[in-house]
Design a protein around this ligand. Structure first.
Ligand code: ADP
Ligand code: ZN
Length: 595
């Protein structure tokens, strides 16, 4: 099915396990990062099972994209939501009654509306897929009250398997999903949140414009998003970009809905190349060929940052992300923080701001820092971030880490950073005295190191995932499983000295641009031609370019240079349907460029 309908040669990590589990009639909760390939986890079963798969999705724009992409692969599918006219709806319902559709996307409101479930019963549902399932949890950032009522599905259709999908990793939310949906014997599938095709880099925020111009030159004709922290910022930057000939536009929450839709559609269609946006943009946009995401300003949390860069490279082809980091942005966030009234909330967002600052200043592999933050254990540097590409000098810090971890252990992991430093240095501070910590065995074990240096080291332990901040327990530090291995001497620790850190921070002020991986020059011309043809085709059929072929597919095509229909079919992302529709025209272009 994967091969025939989607043209993909192999499953992405986790997909096959989920599909087998669902095909065996079981419920599943699937946690995969944005771009990980969640949709296929229900689309393949939908094709294999008799009857119809009903997909609940909260985002109308997303439904349309998904259905377009399915139809482009020749898969009979449709959506029902408030954007359709009465007669369009009637036509779809007629096809549903004849069993002419394999997948139906609906909004939760529609699904829960009167008598709708009775009709669903007549269409013989084979599977329910709940997309963006984190919306069910009030712990999450996107709570949708109507999602809570989806528990009715299991009551009415106890025998029909259900799959819930989300890219939100939060532990509290995870627990809510299966419970609120009333699933039974469900299995939780989590795959790595790593996105190896995204390069990561942090550049100094001073003098950004000339740097941005160089980045734009490198991505000429490609699509990307630039996040700014204010409406004014988006408008100014978009105007500046237009001034140098970039097809740019701005997008922010103050615009009215019609304008927002227009800008968003033009971006999806590939007419606008660069969107300068506040955080409001990108939510629920399923555009595979976003080749870069730039943060003109630093976001307030790593969650937000990761979600935003996650909108790049969803097609799996290389994509570039850059964060401009400046102290001015930190101050802006601090300023907002001042105004928060709830003390507990203030402490949490303050701690989160601290973590993204540390990320920006890190001198260890940035991917390790990011994934550790999301409680994922990684030990190998990634090779695709600015630190890996130009690493500092490390020294063996195993003993130092063991001292700190053992002090934490002996204090029952009930202390924060400053008390930990008191214990390590043997300082009789008031907290130390109150809690009687001068009695612990490691008291003063790190006295020879300055308090400033300890701060630098402990931050590196956090960044490398040996310890974590427990926000639910007054931000006390906790030892992770990887930290346990460090304690036992099973994992060697590499650290950067405070002097090196400082020196490198100075150096980044004059930073060079990071390198990006590019297609072999011999194929580059061909790729440009293929993209031009794709654009022409997309205009003819009135669908976005990525619905024709994704960037990843065109890159594979430019590399393999198929000579006939048979070879064309072997390109990743080319299934039966698209071979029939497009092989001839694309082969012609490839043939013309072959000498
Ligand atoms: P998610 O919903 O998890 O964000 P999608 O389901 O939209 O991600 O998939 C992201 C992209 O990856 C899509 O372009 C999809 O066609 C592609 N994709 C999914 N599975 C595979 C696979 N096994 N091989 C190649 N590409 C895949
Ligand atoms: Zn790295």
């Amino acid at each position: 099915m994967l091969e025939r309908h989607f043209g993909y040669k192999s499953f992405r990590p986790g997909q096959q396990e989920v599909i087998e589990h669902v095909l065996a009639g079981n419920d599943a909760v699937v946690l995969m990062p944005t771009g990980g390939g969640k949709s296929l986890c229900y689309q393949v079963p939908a094709l294999a099972l008799e009857g119809i798969t009903v997909v609940v999705s909260p985002l109308i724009a997303l439904m349309k994209d998904q259905v377009q992409a399915l139809q482009a692969n020749g898969i009979p599918s449709a959506f029902l939501n408030s954007t359709l006219t009465y007669s369009e709806e009637q036509a779809i319902e007629a096809r549903l009654r004849n069993g002419g559709l394999k997948l139906l996307y609906v909004s939760p409101e529609r699904l829960l509306s009167q008598h709708f479930l009775e009709r669903v019963a007549e269409w013989k549902p084979s599977l329910f897929a709940i997309d963006e399932a984190h919306c069910i949890s009030s712990w999450g950032h996107a709570f949708r009250p109507e999602y809570k009522r989806l528990d009715i599905l299991k009551k009415v259709f106890p025998e029909v398997p259900m799959i819930a999908l989300t890219a939100t990793a939060d532990k509290a939310v995870r627990g809510d999903i299966a419970q609120h949906l009333g699933m039974r014997n469900e299995r939780l599938f989590t795959s790595s949140f790593d996105r190896p095709n995204l390069s990561l880099a942090v550049l100094p925020g001073q003098n950004r414009w000339p740097v941005l111009q160089r980045i734009m030159a490198r991505h000429a004709g490609e699509c990307g998003i630039i996040y700014c922290n204010s409406r004014k910022g988006t408008e100014k930057l978009a105007a500046q970009l237009q001034g140098i000939g970039v097809k740019a536009d701005s997008y922010h929450a103050r615009m009215d809905v019609a304008d927002r839709d227009r800008v968003q559609d033009s971006f999806i269609q590939g007419q606008t190349h660069v969107i300068c946006a506040t955080i409001a943009f990108g939510m629920g946009i399923d555009k595979g060929d976003v080749r870069f995401v730039i943060h003109w300003n630093m976001p307030g949390t790593l969650e937000g940052y990761y979600q935003e860069i996650g909108r790049a490279g969803r097609d799996g082809a290389p994509a570039e992300t850059i964060l401009f980091y400046s102290y001015a942005d930190v101050q802006t966030h601090m300023h907002f923080l001042e105004e928060v009234e709830d003390e507990q909330y203030k402490a949490i967002i303050g701690a989160k701001l601290e973590r993204i600052k540390e990320y920006a200043e890190a001198q260890v592999c940035r991917r390790i820092v990011l994934l550790s933050y999301f409680s994922e254990e990684v030990v190998k540097p990634c090779g695709n971030c600015d630190v890996c590409k130009d690493p500092p000098k490390y020294f063996d810090g195993t003993l130092l880490a063991q001292k700190a971890l053992s002090a934490m252990f002996r204090c029952h992991q009930q202390i924060g950073m400053s008390v930990l430093i008191d214990v390590l240095k043997g300082t009789h501070s008031s907290e130390v005295q109150q809690q009687g910590l001068s009695q612990v065995k490691t008291f003063g074990a790190g006295a020879e190191i300055s308090a400033f240096a300890w701060v630098m080291f402990i931050q590196q332990f956090l960044q490398q995932g040996f310890i974590e901040v427990d926000y639910r327990d007054r931000s006390h530090l906790k030892i992770t499983p990887l930290g346990q291995r460090v304690l036992k001497g099973e994992h060697e620790v590499r650290l950067v000295t405070p002097e090196t850190l400082k020196e490198r921070q100075e150096r980044t002020k004059k930073a060079k641009l990071p390198q990006v991986t590019e297609v072999a020059p011999a194929s580059a011309d061909l790729l440009i031609q293929l993209k031009a043809l794709r654009l022409a085709v997309s205009k003819e059929i009135g669908k976005p370019a990525f619905v024709v072929f994704s960037d990843a597919t065109l890159i594979d095509m430019a590399t393999k240079k198929p000579r006939n229909v048979y070879e064309f079919r072997l390109v990743n992302g080319v299934g039966d349907h698209k071979t029939k529709q497009y092989a001839e025209r694309f082969l012609k272009v490839i043939g013309e460029l072959r000498v």
